[in-house]
Design a protein around this ligand. Sequence first.
Ligand code: FAD
Length: 392
Amino acid sequence: MSSSQIEIDTSGQFPELRRGVRQLCDRFPGAYWRRVDADRAYPVEFVQAMTAAGFLAALIPESYGGGGASMAEASVILEEVNRSGGNGAVCHAQMYIMGALLRHGSLAQRERWLPPIAAGQLRLQAFGVTEPTAGSDTSRIQTRAEREGDEYVITGQKIWTSRAQHSDLLLLLARTAAAETVSKRTDGLSLFLVDLRAAGDRELTIRPLETMINHHTTEMFFDGLRVPAANRIGEEGQGFRYILDGMNAERILISAESIGDGGWFIERSVEYANQRIVFDRPIGQNQGVQFPIAQAYANLRAADLMRWQAARLFDSDRSCGAEANMAKMLAADAAWEAANVCLQTYGGFGFAREYDVERKFREAKLYQIAPVSNHLALSYLAQHVLGLPRSY
Ligand SMILES: Cc1cc2nc3c(=O)[nH]c(=O)nc-3n(C[C@H](O)[C@H](O)[C@H](O)COP(=O)(O)OP(=O)(O)OC[C@H]3O[C@@H](n4cnc5c(N)ncnc54)[C@H](O)[C@@H]3O)c2cc1C
């Protein structure tokens, strides 16, 4: 069996969709991703191609010009991008950020924003939640939005706001009531759709952050940025709930990216282990080489089952917090295991840029930490599923 036939998902679901994404990705081979990685450039051509094909609007209902896809289908799109050797992180947020607008935005907001996003005329790629001092504890964010007439005035700082320089719109979480004045710390947070094109240089500064991966992530400094009150999503003070609501979608989609990464690493490992001859035999003939690959494959298949279960529950409107967290955590761990095995299998050549292993290795690590750390996923399970005391 050739390595390109290695199957992770054996259910055979969505074959045409998979084929379509693969065909698009074939136009963006490893050399393309290596070049943008080396230049720390945004893969504009790839993102435009994904937009033109309608993949980034998959989750927008057809009535707004989107694809009306299920979560399972949307997850296949990102899985195939990462499976091809690409990096879905450059555009994945466009697929799930708009969930907050879709579910909690007013009819007027949906009608105003969703059609141009679906048509690729407006980019909604940036999501500003994390702050340097709050970290994983979102309830501690300090960026303020103060009401003045029919506007809010935003002051504060965000960190790790990815793609802010490649997006027209930003979904921003800010405090509208001081933490001391609300009964729960997660109250008093509100969600805004910020039109970055209208922001002046004095009110908004965006600074790129250099990182070990090509992720186009930034720090944002807000100094009296005015946002129309009409751009607040849902009720004032309820923003944290709206964000939580979208997190299951985010976790399921990210788990699919990790499954794609894992599949790519395993394919590459098998291919290399079969063809690299040392001591007059393929290195894959050694159990010390083949067992870790087989183990990584088994773990990836198991994680993938959880991804499908989470997607199925999501698509049937059933509660899926536990499954979405487990899918994201298990898939990120399985991808990281496969990445490590692949680098080991390649030996010294794994460090050479031309094989893409070192790039994918760096990229795969991210999902154990972001968008939510695996520790926090475990805390969720311990507290909400197992009934153990809250640990933080
Ligand atoms: C490349 C990149 C892109 C990102 N893009 C975005 C984005 O677009 N928008 C956005 O809002 N954010 C973004 N993030 C931020 C990301 O969501 C956070 O990095 C992540 O949630 C972890 O927060 P932190 O980095 O502040 O870690 P911290 O909260 O400081 O945690 C540090 C370590 O301590 C552990 N820890 C903390 N508290 C506990 C606890 N109670 N129990 C057990 N362990 C704990 C964590 O698991 C972690 O291992 C991005 C981050 C990166 C690196």
